[in-house]
Write a new protein. Structure first.
Length: 212
């Protein structure tokens, strides 16, 4: 009998919040409770701290490394696995609650628009290989130690990873392509920072703010 109510990512996030029960949670525990749903869900959960416009200290490098590994294993169609030092990393409940509640709200809205389409971009070995490598590249961008005052350096690649992961889970090639586009935007932004330096990017950012 076909399940008319398949498990969604928002359901996974609600379950994690219930399991936390007011306590800190290790990344290894998150991996254990999402393993049946695959590396895409793990990548989504690890991205959630970076979806605010401000960089999250001390998390971007270890979580970025973990997402990079997830992306490579998605590309190679391997089972979920993370290094021991990442698995042992504990997320305080205050941070965990905020990121999960944000994720539940965002994914509940996104899931209304997700549906199978553009199968070549989301189904099969080539699609998984391309999206997995793109997730790894976006995770490298996310983990770059770019100092303030540059906003959105974590957020843009973080959203790209989530779109790629959701697109694979829901077989929605349009969402996968949107993830590729966001990665291109993130790459151009980082290149702009590297080329123009702090003063140049700050000037362009202020100019853009006046136009908007």
């Amino acid at each position: 009998m076909k399940d008319n109510n398949p498990l969604r990512v928002s359901d996974d996030l609600r379950r994690l919040l219930e399991l936390a029960d007011g306590k800190a949670m290790k990344v290894g525990t998150i991996l254990h409770h999402t393993q049946g749903r695959g590396l895409q869900v793990i990548s989504i959960v690890l991205c959630l701290p970076f979806l605010s416009p401000v960089s999250v200290p001390f998390l971007s490098i270890p979580f970025g490394m973990a997402i990079t590994i997830c992306g490579l294993r998605i590309a190679l169609r391997h089972e979920p696995w993370l290094p021991a030092f990442v698995m042992a990393r504990s997320i305080p409940f205050g941070v965990l609650e905020k990121m999960l509640r944000f994720g539940i709200s965002a994914h509940t809205k996104l899931e209304k628009f997700l549906r199978p389409r553009w199968a070549r971009a989301a189904v099969g070995h080539p699609a998984h290989a391309g999206a997995g490598l793109a997730i790894s590249f976006a995770a490298v961008l996310l983990s770059l130690p770019i100092p303030p005052p540059f906003p959105l350096t974590n957020t843009i690649p973080g959203f790209a990873i989530i779109l790629l992961s959701l697109g694979l889970l829901e077989r929605d090639g349009l969402v996968v392509v949107a993830g590729y586009i966001l990665i291109a935007v993130a790459t151009l932004y980082v290149a702009l920072i590297a080329t123009l330096g702090g003063a140049g990017v700050a000037y362009l950012w202020n100019l853009l703010g006046r136009w908007l």
